[in-house]
Ligand binder design. Structure first.
Ligand code: HEC
Ligand code: HEC
Length: 466
């Protein structure tokens, strides 16, 4: 019984096997045939392509045009886009009310143009109508009146700030842009008033003092789980040229030594060719742009970085959900690509001829590449490492505080182009070295370079010339 049924069952198996064999044979033949066909057609294609190559390698005329258009769009985003962040700076913090002052529908005494300039805000002279420039020249504009600040805002002339006005002409909200921290002006009209210089770090800007003006800081206090007085203490400790982009993630306002946890506003030119960005190498340009636009400017977009979902390291980010932000509609993501192209296009300005000693700089360059071994990490011409451009605090002889606030616990090798444009505020992430001479002295000690006084000066002259 058992054997019979086995035999009976075997027959269908044999038939199935035979069918499979036939199928395999047929498909193998078809496949081989097909491959032979495709080999021929690839060869033909290659032949055809090689004939067309010289022509197809010419850049298509519309490629250049499209790059220029993308740069322009990126520039517009960088200069004027608030990503909807007025919902935070205006509607929530009520910063616009402090700027307008009580007389113009706000609160307090208001912010005059002179007060705005004193906290490092810059005025784009090219945005002003000719009449206004004339009046400014003639001293006919009262720079001590907050009403004049509103006129500047109406003309989109305060770098990095956009005023929103209601139908009656009252300032009803305010938003911020990338240009607030990463642009300055050339002072061509007056100190603080001139043509825009995008990518330059605004080391005059006192971000902490500006935020502190806001009538409603409760929302920041709530996020941090502290009182408003504590928030103000933290903001007051930043000082000009500094900002803390991690405060709302880890809640660390101060270092163990009692100094502020804020870092210097970096320049953002000559960043193409550089792998990781920010002082501590958080990620690519696009990573950081999305981070800042969503979590710092509080624009309304999308941001995802699960490294921040770490309650030990980033308790505030976990509590607020800032590691995974989703907004509909998304006002940030559609702008990231062109914003990226714009930043890649920004290059450091060449150092003015008379700003350094040329002969000494030439000797300094040799030292940079050889005896002082700076080029080991600052690899010319990008001046950071091609590859993973990160170092432990010990490797460069400094403390770990800021590095430990970042995912990789390291410092990123700073690109060095245009150092001459940001000598205010010092060097290294927290400005711990007041000038380039101090930087060189530091390396001389840490790396036991045995540089002579003259060699140190030569190195400084080279750094000023990059
Ligand atoms: C309130 C001031 C402020 C605003 C606004 C701001 N940034 Fe920054 N930015 C900083 C600071 C401070 C750092 C350094 C952060 C760090 O290393 O912790 C930085 C770092 C950067 C870097 C890294 C530079 C490098 O050397 O790798 C880029 C790129 C950048 N910002 C682009 C932008 C863009 C684009 C925007 C607008 C979407 C923007 N930032 C808005 C303050 C600001
Ligand atoms: C081991 C790699 C390494 C070597 C070697 C090195 N650097 Fe650096 N450099 C760094 C890192 C990392 C930073 C960022 C420090 C920070 O974020 O505080 C930096 C920062 C700097 C800065 C500050 C830039 C700024 O914007 O504030 C200067 C200037 C500089 N280095 C010059 C030099 C010179 C000159 C030498 C040679 C004497 C040198 N470096 C050697 C890694 C290196």
């Amino acid at each position: 019984m058992w054997i019979k049924s086995f035999r009976l069952r075997r027959r269908p198996i044999a038939i199935a096997l035979a069918c499979i064999l036939v199928l395999v044979a047929v498909t193998t033949f078809a496949f081989l045939n097909d491959e032979r066909k495709s080999v021929i057609s690839v060869a033909q294609l290659q032949k055809a392509l090689s004939k067309a190559a010289p022509e197809s390698m010419q850049p298509a005329p519309d490629l250049e045009k499209s790059i220029v258009e993308r740069i322009k769009r990126g520039q517009h985003t960088f200069r004027y886009d608030t990503f909807g962040d007025e919902a935070f700076w205006g509607d929530t913090l009520q910063l616009h009310k402090a700027i307008a002052g009580q007389k113009l529908g706000g609160v307090g005494s208001g912010v005059s143009p002179n007060q705005a300039l004193a906290v490092g805000l810059k005025v784009d002279v090219e945005a002003l109508p000719k009449n206004l420039v004339k009046d400014l020249k003639a001293g006919k504009v009262n720079l001590n009146d907050p009403a004049s600040t509103l006129v500047l805002l109406e003309n989109d002339a305060v770098v990095g700030l956009t005023g929103f006005f209601d139908k009656k002409g009252n300032l009803s909200s305010i938003g911020i842009q990338c240009a607030l921290c990463h642009s300055t002006v050339d002072d061509s009209f007056a100190p603080g008033i001139g043509r825009r210089l995008d990518g330059w770090a605004n080391r005059d800007l006192n971000v902490g003092a500006i935020i502190s003006l806001a009538p409603n800081l409760q929302v920041i206090a709530d996020r941090l789980g502290v009182d408003v007085a504590t928030v103000k203490k933290v903001l007051a400790a930043w000082g000009p040229g500094k900002y803390d982009a991690l405060l709302l993630m880890d809640g660390k306002g101060f270092r163990p030594d009692g100094k502020s946890g804020a870092v210097l506003l970096p320049p953002i030119f000559s960043l193409s060719g550089i792998n990781l960005h920010t002082w501590t190498g958080w990620g690519s340009l696009v990573h950081w742009n999305a981070y800042v636009a969503n979590t710092q400017m509080r624009g309304k977009g999308t941001f995802f970085d699960p490294r921040l979902n770490d309650p030990g390291k980033y308790p505030i980010a976990v509590k607020t959900g800032d590691w995974n932000i989703r907004n509909k509609p998304d006002l940030v993501t559609p702008k990231l690509a062109d914003l990226h192209v714009y930043q890649l296009a920004l290059t450091a300005p060449t150092a003015p001829k008379n700003s350094y000693d040329e002969k000494a700089a030439q000797r300094g360059e040799k030292l940079f590449n050889e005896k002082a071994m700076c080029a080991r990490c600052h690899v010319p011409p990008v001046f950071s490492e091609p590859g993973w451009n990160m170092h432990t605090p010990e490797e460069i002889g400094i403390d770990a505080f800021q590095a430990d606030r970042s995912p990789d616990n390291r410092y990123r090798t700073s690109p060095l182009q245009g150092l001459w444009t940001h000598q205010k505020g010092g060097f290294f992430h927290d400005g711990r070295f007041a000038d380039l001479k101090e930087v060189v002295e530091h390396y001389n000690t840490v790396f036991k370079l045995n540089l002579t006084e003259r060699e140190k000066n030569d190195l400084v002259e080279f750094l000023k010339s990059i």
